[in-house]
Design a binder for this molecule. Structure first.
Ligand code: HEC
Length: 139
């Protein structure tokens, strides 16, 4: 399924997003992920609430409870801090950091890495849509 989703992303032209960094890139990216999610569930509707729940959901990893918010904090408009090396992380919300979600390669690499770390597998197109929708809802 993951292979299919990736192929679809490429087919939908996600790889050719313009390099202009602004809040609109996040919306475009969310729309592309939503298009993929709809091929799996035609009734899928992006939900900021589901994205928020996903972002703060705690999962037990190697005896420690972690979530996306462990490093990115409960408020994605705030700067985060890496739980392992303590390094600062720039805010995830495009309203606070317009560079976010403008580089599809970076976004996909980070999703893959962090989803694997936190959930043990890559996130679905639906989860990614909801997640970005939530981040875009933060002003
Ligand atoms: C262990 C710490 C940590 C956790 C947990 C974590 N992240 Fe990250 N995240 C980072 C770091 C470090 C970066 C890259 C530094 C940067 O871009 O400022 C990053 C960047 C990202 C980006 C890149 C966005 C962009 O356009 O630049 C996405 C997407 C992302 N994380 C998603 C997630 C998701 C989804 C989860 C939960 C499943 C998650 N992260 C959990 C540390 C973490």
């Amino acid at each position: 399924m993951q292979k299919l989703a990736t192929t679809l992303l490429i087919a939908l032209g996600i790889a050719s997003l313009p390099a202009v960094a602004d809040v609109a890139s996040g919306q475009k990216l969310a729309d592309k992920y939503a298009a993929v999610a709809k091929t799996i569930d035609p009734n899928f509707k992006p939900s900021a609430d589901a994205g928020r729940a996903f972002f703060t959901r705690k999962i037990l990893v190697h005896g420690k409870e972690i979530s996306c918010s462990s490093c990115h904090t409960d408020n994605p408009a705030n700067p985060g801090k890496h739980i392992k090396d303590g390094k600062p992380i720039k805010p995830l919300a495009p309203s606070a950091n317009p560079k976010r979600f403008s580089d599809i390669d970076k976004v996909e690499t980070n999703f893959e890495k962090h989803c694997l770390e936190v959930i043990g597998k890559d996130c679905t197109a639906q989860e990614k849509t909801d997640y970005i929708t939530y981040l875009l809802s933060i002003k």
